[in-house]
Design a protein around this ligand. Structure first.
Ligand SMILES: Nc1ncnc2c1ncn2[C@@H]1O[C@H](COP(=O)(O)OP(=O)(O)OP(=O)(O)O)[C@@H](O)[C@H]1O
Length: 217
């Protein structure tokens, strides 16, 4: 059984078709990159899978069940979406990393949080840093840690490195490679960067809302 199946998916807004007959399926542990020109509908596709936007037509099947059968909060614990620019809240890094524990009603595990921070190159003292003192790259790395602390089934990455400098981009790429080695997390990643997209083992290319190329399927 595929982990995620997208069948005949369309999205239209204001009479304009933005996604047209999108279909593909991914297995657990797949790493899929989604590429295509600006405005082709890549982010829209990811946001529909994340349930941030609602599809117009078609079907999304997750673990054999239509998406509509899932309770939104439960689904979002399993399918985690990272924005292009990190969205942090509260005052400190700790506030952000404690959040996934709060929603699961389990005690915060600072040792695990510190280990994850270190995995993205942020030392222990970052746990109590103010989020206002972080660079854009550091914010993005904290957001990524917050998203993976509970090992989601699917990690959705929406151009997470495109606003970052080369040094931060490389740190995130290394982290992704290491995650691939040490977990079977499924990743769907929208990317503009060829080198980044090449890290994935499957790829779809979208032009004008349609898939024009598929690799690795
Ligand atoms: N909710 C919406 N309502 C109306 N139009 C939308 C909506 N979301 C996106 N669009 C339009 O849909 C098209 C695709 O946008 P989308 O952000 O998915 O493209 P993209 O391929 O991710 O682009 P980029 O690479 O520049 O981020 C654009 O023309 C955009 O203006």
């Amino acid at each position: 059984m595929a982990l995620l199946e997208i069948n005949n998916l369309t999205f239209a807004s204001d009479g304009k078709t933005i996604l047209d007959d999108i279909h593909f399926s991914i297995e657990k542990g797949d790493f899929l990159s989604i590429t295509g020109p600006s405005g082709s509908g890549k982010s829209t596709l990811l946001k529909i899978i994340a349930t941030i936007l609602s599809k117009t037509n078609g079907e999304i099947v997750y673990k054999g069940e239509p998406l509509e059968n899932y309770e939104a909060t439960a689904y979002r614990k399993e399918v985690s979406y990272c924005f292009q620019t990190a969205v942090l809240f509260g005052k400190t890094v700790r506030d952000n990393l404690a959040f996934p524990y709060e929603i699961r009603k389990v005690p915060f595990d600072s040792e695990k949080a510190i280990a994850y921070l270190k995995s993205v190159g942020l030392p222990e003292e970052y746990l109590d840093k103010s989020i206002n003192s972080l660079s854009g790259g550091e914010k993005q790395r904290v957001a990524l840690v917050r998203n993976v602390l509970f090992q989601p089934e699917i990690l959705l990455l929406d151009e997470v490195t495109s606003a970052l400098d080369e040094a931060n981009r490389v740190i995130i790429w290394e982290w992704l490679r290491s995650m691939r080695e040490h977990s079977d997390m499924t990743i769907l990643m929208v990317s503009h960067n060829e080198e980044e997209a090449g890290m994935a083992d499957k790829r779809i290319h979208i032009v004008g809302g349609k898939i024009t190329e598929r690799e690795g399927f």
